[in-house]
Design a protein around this ligand. Structure first.
Ligand SMILES: NC(=O)c1ccc[n+]([C@@H]2O[C@H](COP(=O)([O-])OP(=O)(O)OC[C@H]3O[C@@H](n4cnc5c(N)ncnc54)[C@H](O)[C@@H]3O)[C@@H](O)[C@H]2O)c1
Length: 335
């Protein structure tokens, strides 16, 4: 694999593929030769490049991981597909719906794997909840609700490229973490969102922007400019799902004490189910006529179909009823 963009999340991509055990970390591209070389050394990659184009010319790179800031997602992913490389892009897929649609078309035409890292799908209890809901354990879902709250933008001294529409896009909190909630809700329930009605606001209207660039979540001194913020740092959204289920979720990055508080609850005609990222090894199951349950993550209680999805590293043996790896991948894909 070759990694483009080795800031906050890029190293997590490297860590994740290393755990697979069969992936060779060929190269890292940074925005300059010096940063590319330094990051390659830190991450134990064989080569460092000063541009993503140079990395794409490396014939040993078969899969490109795109962990650049949002404004580069389209250019890097599109160029990688054009060079015949499979792509794992970080979210959001692109800056606009039009760009995203173009990438979907380009990926289809190229016939390559093109996935987006909605990584919360990979949690064992998320897969278990998805399996249980598909099996009908909670009946028909009618209310799907939750939140994704963080606090790293609470102070006006907090700043990120995510707040600059030219680099992050016209949406900040919703695009950045609301995208995770929407994906999780759709993935777990198997129902797509059809309608939205949002109330978006900017709580911290002016921030101190550092003159020197910082990677995400870095803090520190140096000269700053006070800038007006146009994008939302707090939002609540009413949603409707296919099949008629209603929902609501809130996202905010200005909520003290909430570090990475992603929560999803699905209320159905028979029972309810809730998963929270900050208590990720517990799945709450709510009943009307029986005691509520708290299911602890336990491989021995995980259905085989879920175990297969979580542990398989290659294609299924012939005759297996488990979904193929490519099906699993395409479920993670842009579509
Ligand atoms: N899936 C998740 O949970 C998750 C978590 C964090 C970030 N992300 C996504 O990952 C992406 C990166 O976010 P981050 O927090 O790591 O940001 P970051 O600012 O920490 O890192 C971005 C890196 O890209 C580098 N870069 C900039 N221009 C480049 C270029 N032309 N060529 C090569 N490298 C370049 C920067 O120098 C920096 O090292 C964003 O799209 C973000 O939405 C996803």
């Amino acid at each position: 694999m070759g990694l483009v963009g080795a800031g906050f999340v890029g190293p997590h991509h490297v860590d994740a593929v290393r755990r697979l055990g069969y992936v060779d970390i060929v190269a890292v591209a940074g925005s300059t030769d010096a940063s590319g070389q330094a990051k390659a050394e830190t991450l134990g990659a064989r080569r460092g490049y000063g541009s993503y184009q140079a990395l794409l010319d490396d014939a040993d790179v078969q899969v490109v991981h795109n962990a650049t800031p949002n404004h580069l997602h389209y250019a890097v992913t599109s160029a990688a597909l054009a060079k015949g490389k499979h792509v794992v892009s970080d979210k959001p897929l692109a800056m606009t719906t039009a760009e995203s649609k173009r990438l979907v078309e380009e990926a289809r035409r190229a016939g390559l794997v093109a996935a987006v890292t909605f990584n919360y799908r990979g949690n064992p209890l998320v897969q278990q909840a998805r399996h249980a809901i598909a099996r009908g354990d909670i009946g028909t879902p009618h209310f799907i609700h939750g939140h994704y709250l963080q606090d790293w933008l609470l102070k006006d001294t907090d700043y990120s490229w995510r707040l600059d529409p030219a680099q992050g896009g016209n949406s900040s909190a919703l695009g950045d973490i609301g995208s995770h909630w929407c994906d999780l809700a759709q993935h777990v329930t198997g129902r797509r969102i059809t309608h939205v009605l949002g109330d978006l606001t900017t709580v911290v209207k002016q921030r101190q922007k550092p003159r020197r660039s910082r990677e995400a979540f870095q803090t520190g001194g140096g000269d700053v400019d006070v800038v007006d913020i146009q994008v939302e740092d707090l939002a609540s959204v009413l949603v409707r799902f296919e099949g008629g289920a209603r929902g609501v979720f809130s996202v905010g990055q200005v909520c003290g004490g909430h570090k990475n508080d992603l929560a999803l609850e699905v209320c159905g005609s028979a029972a309810s189910m809730r998963w929270r990222q900050e208590q990720q090894n517990e799945l709450w199951i709510g009943h009307r006529d029986a005691p509520n349950q708290l299911l602890q993550k336990d491989p021995s209680l995980t259905p085989n179909q879920v175990k297969w999805l979580l542990t398989s590293t290659d294609r299924p043996v012939s005759g297996s009823t488990a979904p193929s790896r490519s099906t699993a991948m395409s479920e993670c894909a842009m579509l």
